[in-house]
Write a protein that binds this ligand. Structure first.
Ligand code: TYD
Length: 132
């Protein structure tokens, strides 16, 4: 499945925690956009889409949440609970995000600008793209 957990980002010591993400180094694409998600009600499910071109790296800066990733054949659940790891989500992966803790803050690094036309929001369409 086209995802990866990026580790070894932490430079923490007795004086605090520092996490580094760099273009084309531990981030496997050139970053064009950064957005954050917070204050998600614990019963909310976000995402519900895939991207044909966009690649993303998700970092959970605080709290926790779960990602259901689906490549059209296999589903897997990844829990994010620390900025010590980043979740790389490649192309053509359906994602649902849920079980947000009240303090959850997600930071998302993206390989391109926002383009609503590039989203696949219809699950049957996603499955037909996967099997093409
Ligand atoms: P959406 O992609 O549906 O969020 P999620 O995948 O977390 O459920 O985006 C929610 C709203 O924010 C939608 O109206 C589009 C807008 N938006 C932007 O304007 N720019 C962006 O970069 C993103 C990610 C969303």
């Amino acid at each position: 499945m086209n995802f990866e957990i990026i580790t070894n980002v932490s430079h923490s010591n007795a004086h605090g925690e520092l996490f580094v993400f760099e273009n084309l180094k531990n981030v496997p694409f050139a970053i064009k956009r950064v957005y954050c998600i917070k204050n998600v009600p614990s019963t909310s499910i976000r995402g519900g889409h895939a991207h044909t071109q966009l690649e993303q790296l998700v970092i959970c800066l605080a709290g926790s949440c779960k990602f259901l990733l689906d490549d059209g054949t296999t589903k897997t659940i990844v829990e994010l609970y620390s900025p010590q790891q980043g979740l790389f989500i490649g192309k053509n992966l359906w994602r649902d995000m849920y079980d947000f803790s009240p303090d959850c803050i997600l930071m998302v690094l993206a390989s391109d600008f926002y383009d609503p036309e590039e989203y696949i929001r219809d699950y049957p369409t996603f499955l037909s793209i996967c099997s093409a």
